[in-house]
Design a binder for this molecule. Sequence first.
Ligand code: PLO
Length: 415
Amino acid sequence: MSCPVTPPAGGTGPLAIDPLVQDLTGETLRLREAGPLTRIELLGVPAWTVTRHAEARALLTDARLVKDINAWGAWQRGEVTRDWPLIGMIDVDRSMFNTDGAEHRRLRTKTAQAVTPRRLENLRPVIEGITEKLLDELAAAGADGAPVDLKSVFALPLPMTVISELMGVDAAHHARLHELYKAFFSMLTPQAERLAVIAELDEFFTGVVAEKKAAPGDDLTSALILADEGGEPLTDEEVVGNLKAMVAAGHETTISLIVNAVRALLTHPDQLALVLAGEVSWETVIEETLRWNTPTTHLLMRFATEDIEIAGTVIPRGDGLVISYRAIGWDEDQHGPSAHLFDITRPTPIRHLTFGHGPHICPGAALSRLEARIALPALFARFPALAPAVPDRELRNMPVLTQNDLQAYPVRLTG
Ligand code: PLO
C-alpha cells in the first residue's frame, strides 16, 4: 500500500483527491463533471464517491451501507492498515459516528435530545457572552487597522468554547486540544505522530469521563454517563467515543461555517449590503454558505454490505463510499445553473444536504446554526468596515483532505 502525500497525477482513471487541497474549486468541478457516482483515490486507496444531491439522498438512507470498518473489503484483506493517514477518520472508538441501526439509536438518542432547538435556547446567553468577549479580543488584536486573523482569534475559539462548555471540558485545555486536532487532521503530519496524537486524545477524554463519573456536573458528558430511567447506560468507552466525536465535530466544522460566511459576504459586497439593510436574513446567508462552501468536503466512509445499483453503476459489496458534500452543494439539477455561485437572492429554495440526511444527520446542526446566527450579525455590527486584508486568491486551505478549512483569514476591522 502506498500513501504518497503528493498532488494527484493528471490523466484518466480514478480521480485522485489532493490531500493538500491546492485547488478546491477545480476539484469540486472535476468531481461534479465525473458523474453522480465516481471512482476516486484517497492517498492510494480506491473508493467511490457520490457527488449529486438525489443520489446522495438515496444512499444516505440505504441500510445496505454501514459505517462499520469491518465491512470494508480492503480492510479485511489488509490492503488498508493503521499506517494509512486517513484511518483516524474511520477506525475510531465505538460511538454514534460509526454504528448503525438499533445500536446507533441507543448511542445517539440522548445526545440528540440535548441539542434540540428548544434546549439550545438555554445556551443562547452563553454563546452571546463568549461572542462579546471574543469581539473585544479581536478589537484589541486588530487595533489601528492592523491585519488580524479572524480564524484564530474569533472563528476558532467560539465553537471550541461552546462545545467544551456543553460537554464539560475545562477551558484550560482548549489550546492543547486544538493543537492535537490540527495535527490529527493535517495530511502533513507523519503517521506515527498522528497515532500518538490519537492516543493522547483518547487518554484526555478518558480522563474527562473519569472526572465526571466521580463528580457529575451540569454538562452533557455527565448526562451521557447517567443511566436513563429503565434504560441501559452507555459504557465508559461509549461515552468517551461520543465525547470525542462531539468535540471534534462541534469545533472543526463551525470554524469553517463562520469563516466561509464572512469570506462570502466580504467578496460579494452587494449581497452584504442587502443583509445589512435587512433585506435578506442571516438565516439565508447561513444556509447559502452551507450549500456553497461546505465545512466538510468529503465524509469518510460507508461500506456496501451488498452490491448496490445506483445511477447505472454498481457499488460492489465490500467497497467504500465517500460523500462529497462540496460537490453535492454545486449540483445544478438541485440548485440550478448558478449552483457554483454564492447568491443569497437565488430564486430556488436552498435545500442542501450539508448536514447529511437519514439516521446520521448531524445532531449538532441546530447548535452550529445558532452559533453562526449569533456570531455573524454581532461581528458586522461591531465592525461595519470589516474588510479582507489580503486578496482572496492568496487564501490557502489547510492540508486536510476531508475538511474545508482555511489556514488563516486575515482581515482589517477598520477602514
Ligand atoms: C474525529 C476523530 C474522533 O476520534 C472520531 C470522530 C468522530 C466524528 C467525526 C470526526 C472524527 C471528524 C469530523 C467529522 C466528525 C463527524 C462530523 C465531522 C467527520 C473522525 C464532519 C462532518 O466533518
